[in-house]
Write a protein that binds this ligand. Structure first.
Ligand SMILES: Cc1cc2nc3c(=O)[nH]c(=O)nc-3n(C[C@H](O)[C@H](O)[C@H](O)COP(=O)(O)OP(=O)(O)OC[C@H]3O[C@@H](n4cnc5c(N)ncnc54)[C@H](O)[C@@H]3O)c2cc1C
Ligand code: FES
Ligand code: FES
Length: 493
């Protein structure tokens, strides 16, 4: 996929496509202007509205796994060897409606209709993806779609109704045969059953993403790059890392969890390894962007974009993670950031792997935005603590706050890593605060003294996300919130 001019081959709905268009062309422009499939709408072109949502299927563990994505931010290169599904690819003959489309109509979930295709694609994706088939997850699947006229209640009712019918047929648990059930129930057409074979064939014909002889621009999911430099990206000399199989793994060794650089936020969410280590994984990660963006957003993309409020960066800083480059140079993630968007990395280096110690004991992530979902943080923070007594608050089943408090004050912090975003030009590993916490009891004194150190480590500025004073106060509250959340600790003042 270099310099625009190399062959991209994929299945679009029920048709095999071979294109020598610039590989940086967005899938949205390709389907609308080159294939004349106008069902996919153009709204914001920034991943925010969901009007352009498509489904992307690829072979994974011997079956075709589908995820929703925003086609406005997806380069054609990232379609290579995959099944791309637009609304035309799920439509039934003779103007019959699919079950998802029918329920949207029945529940008055559509008015002008501009957003409707996006909602239908996201909800259809829900039936094919790896999430639990519960009502909550059905509603969560449309978290990246915006409607300006209907009001969301009718759309939520549609999501509830269609997921309720599914549960009645095949139970709530995500099952291996989602695709079979979806075909049987008319959620997707019969030709989907032949896609696996076609993709296997295609895989033999399509090579892994190529490298470039020019100064490379590394592209992951494109969710930052295509918002920042959409025109330039079309013709850019790019190295597409998203589909590099060597960068898409989550593995557990004796000491570490190792993750490929192109692991997406959704890959984390559905990973049994991560679920085991982080009981609040869903609660934390649903605060990050939206379903289609999480399906595209890679960890390395978040780190290298170097936003001071990057959620995954703050998350992994608190895990004291390190990053490994393609030349095997390994540095702590915290040492990647030299100044605002200035990185300790040469132009030719790309991140290959992320690694953190797996003896995570108590981890928490907090994020405050102007609105709860699909928004970037005003301030975010994460903490990882190891304490002398591994007993956790579940020991106090009746929320016996006094006992929990007594336990916590008897407990010494053995190891601590704290991070914060939105309070400096870079995402911050709070080194002095982390050092201070080690060896201390969990107490009012410790927490309030630690906050004094935090305040000396940060340098927030006033901007659209809040005044500098507000961000200082917010981080203080969120830091205390970590102890409330992890230990039911109730500070006295
Ligand atoms: C609607 C919307 C909502 C969002 N919400 C959030 C949010 O809530 N929280 C949040 O943190 N972010 C959010 N983002 C930002 C974005 O989704 C994340 O930063 C994402 O992780 C970027 O990953 P990517 O693979 O898409 O990066 P890309 O856009 O592909 O790349 C970003 C940068 O990383 C570089 N890069 C990519 N891979 C590598 C690699 N392996 N080695 C070296 N460099 C590499 C690229 O060259 C580029 O400089 C949002 C974006 C959108 C569009
Ligand atoms: S056009 Fe709005 S998300 Fe793509
Ligand atoms: S029905 Fe008009 S924007 Fe949703």
């Amino acid at each position: 996929m270099v310099n625009g001019k190399s062959m991209v081959k994929f299945i679009l709905n029920n048709k095999t496509i071979e294109s020598d268009l610039p590989a940086g062309t967005t899938v949205l422009d390709f389907v609308r202007y080159h294939e004349n499939l106008k069902g996919t709408k153009i709204g914001c072109r920034e991943g925010d509205c969901g009007a352009c949502t498509i489904l992307v299927g690829e072979i994974n563990d011997d079956s075709v796994k589908y995820r929703s994505m925003t086609s406005c931010l997806m380069p054609l290169a990232n379609a290579n060897g995959k099944h791309i599904v637009t609304v035309e690819g799920i439509n039934r003959p003779n103007n019959e409606l699919t079950e998802v489309q029918r329920v949207m109509v029945d529940e008055s979930g559509t008015q002008c209709g501009f957003c409707t295709v996006g909602f239908v694609m996201s909800l259809t994706g829900f039936f094919l993806d790896e999430t639990e088939k519960s009502c909550e997850m059905a509603i969560s699947s449309i978290d990246g779609n915006i409607c300006r006229c209907t009001g969301y209640k009718s759309i939520e009712r549609a999501a509830k109704r269609v997921s309720g019918r599914w549960s009645a047929v095949s139970g709530q648990k995500n099952s291996e045969n989602n695709l079979d059930v979806a075909i049987k129930k008319g959620i997707v057409p019969n030709y989907f059953s032949e896609i696996k074979e076609k993709l296997v064939q295609l895989k033999q014909e399509t090579n892994r993403p190529l490298t470039t002889d020019h100064r490379p621009l590394f592209v992951g999911g494109g969710t930052d790059l295509y918002v920042q430099r959409p025109e330039e990206l079309i013709y850019a000399s790019a190295e597409n890392l998203f589909d590099d199989a060597d960068l898409r793994f989550i593995e557990e060794t004796n000491e570490f969890i190792e993750l490929g650089a192109s692991v997406t936020v959704t890959d984390l969410l559905v990973s049994p390894v991560m679920q085991k280590l982080f009981p609040n994984l869903y609660k934390h990660l649903k605060l990050v962007s939206s379903t289609p963006i999480r399906n595209m957003a890679t960890l390395a993309g978040n780190f290298v974009n170097a936003s001071p409020i990057g959620d995954m960066t703050v998350w992994f800083l608190a895990l004291n993670a390190s990053i490994v480059f393609n030349n095997n140079r390994e540095i702590p993630l915290s040492e990647l950031y030299l100044g605002y968007k200035t990185l300790a990395k040469s132009e030719n280096e790309f991140i290959k792997m992320i690694r953190f110690r797996k003896d995570v004991q108590h981890f928490n992530f907090e994020k405050v935005c102007k609105r709860t979902f699909l928004d970037i943080a005003s301030v975010n923070t994460a903490i990882s603590l190891r304490v002398s007594s591994p007993t956790v608050k579940e020991e106090f089943p009746n929320h016996d706050k006094a006992r929990a408090h007594a336990w916590a004050t008897d407990t010494v912090i053995v190891d601590a890593h704290v991070s914060a975003g939105g309070v400096a030009p870079i995402p911050l590993y709070l080194k002095k605060t982390s050092e201070f916490l080690r060896g201390k009891e969990i107490s009012d004194e410790t927490i309030f003294e630690a906050n004094e150190i935090i305040q000396s480590e940060i340098s927030p500025i006033s901007d659209v996300r809040g005044s500098a004073e507000y961000k200082r106060l917010l981080l203080r509250q969120l830091f205390i919130g970590h102890f409330v959340e992890l230990f039911d600790f109730k500070p006295r003042n």
